[in-house]
Design a protein around this ligand. Structure first.
Ligand code: UT7
Length: 323
């Protein structure tokens, strides 16, 4: 990235004003999996950090609920929202988009579209909405990350079935080009050469479930995530010590720990919610953000790092000053 582009990133803010989330009511515990397949609570907890996940609902229903909460908390008028970007790899239908469902349910008058960058989708959505706000396309936007991963899970494969849950998270972004708050820098990337280690194929028109070589994926993902996080923090003109919380994709507790170790940040600054949600793909970063805001670990004026990574392989990091 050129020095000019880097300076432009640091100058340009779009504020993250509020976050809202939605989780289905139904809980699927590790004990439930012990009945369904040859596995154990001990194996799942020790390999992944997951104890339970929420399952059910519809992608559009979860997206609408999260977006409505974020909008209510933001105090931004519905009439001001000019853009809805929804990140998902599990839409209810290919058309109309999930974003169109959000636009309609909330009575918005705006542009709306979906994007798919798998588990990095919400973080990509932030960069896309930020860029559109800066271009003048809108003055306020909703960015939603939502996935119904359990609808795309193969319950005959114990190595992947135990990982996933459903959920949604949304933030309201407002345009603030010269303010102290908001998005300060970002980094995005993709390496499409690894379809053999993580894929969710469609065969004869049917979604067959996630296919993953977990061990190989683990190594690549940690490396890409850490490099991307460092690039974004540097472009923001900050040090990792300045970042109060890392909101990283919740794929596996061991990945969160490895990311913390390689970034050299305390484990408690890498927010973890995976114990009670599992891997919710595009929803996991805003779900982690919501938890950290709710318990005060992230407050107004705090620098944060939002770090999405997953299928593609794709990754996206955003450094922002919250609130
Ligand atoms: O969201 C996108 C990003 N996702 C990731 O980056 C995921 C990264 N990878 C991982 O999270 C881990 O690799 C997994 C949690 C998926 C798997 O952990 P692992 O330590 O890599 O296990 P493994 O797949 O190498 O399997 C080890 C053993 C095998 O048995 P043998 O061959 O050693 O006898 C598996 O058959 O564990 C067995 N196993 C299970 N045992 C009990 C696999 N799944 C289960 C299970 N319960 N659910």
């Amino acid at each position: 990235m050129s020095a000019e582009a880097q300076q432009q990133q640091q100058r340009s803010g779009s504020r993250l004003v509020a976050v809202g989330t939605a989780l289905p009511d139904k809980v699927l515990t590790n004990a439930d999996f012990e009945v369904m397949m040859d596995t154990s609570d001990e194996w799942i907890r020790s390999r992944t950090g997951i104890a339970e996940r929420r399952v059910g609902g519809t992608t559009t229903g979860l997206a609408v609920e999260a977006a409505r909460r974020a909008l209510e908390r933001s105090g931004v008028a519905a009439e001001s929202i000019g853009l809805v970007v929804t990140a998902t790899q599990t839409p209810d239908d290919l058309c109309p988009s999930t974003a169109a469902g959000v636009q309609d349910a909330l009575g918005l008058i705006c542009a709306a579209f979906d994007l798919n960058a798998a588990c990095a989708g919400f973080s990509y959505g932030l960069v896309v909405a930020h860029s559109m706000l800066l271009s003048g396309a809108a003055t306020a936007a909703l960015v939603v990350g939502v996935d119904r991963m359990t609808a795309a899970t193969n319950y005959d494969d114990r190595s992947t079935a135990i990982l996933f849950g459903d959920g949604a998270g949304a933030v309201v972004l407002t345009s603030e080009p010269d303010g102290d708050r908001g998005i300060r820098a970002w980094d995005t990337g993709t390496d499409g050469s690894h379809a053999d280690i993580l894929a969710s194929p469609i065969r004869d028109g049917r979604i067959t479930g996630v296919e993953m070589n977990g061990k190989v994926l683990f190594k690549h993902m940690v490396r890409y995530a850490v490099d991307s996080a460092r690039a974004a923090v540097e472009r923001a003109g900050l040090e990792l010590d300045d970042v109060v919380a890392v909101l990283a994709h919740q794929a596996n507790q061991r990945i969160l720990d490895a990311v913390a170790d390689r970034l050299g940040v305390d484990h408690d600054r890498v927010i973890s919610i995976i114990e009670h949600t599992g891997n919710t793909s595009a929803a996991s970063v805003p779900l982690a953000l919501d938890a950290a805001v709710a318990d005060g670990r992230v407050g107004p004026g705090d620098p944060i790092l939002l770090l999405g990574f997953g299928g593609g392989l794709s990754w996206a990091s955003t450094v922002a000053v919250w609130g």
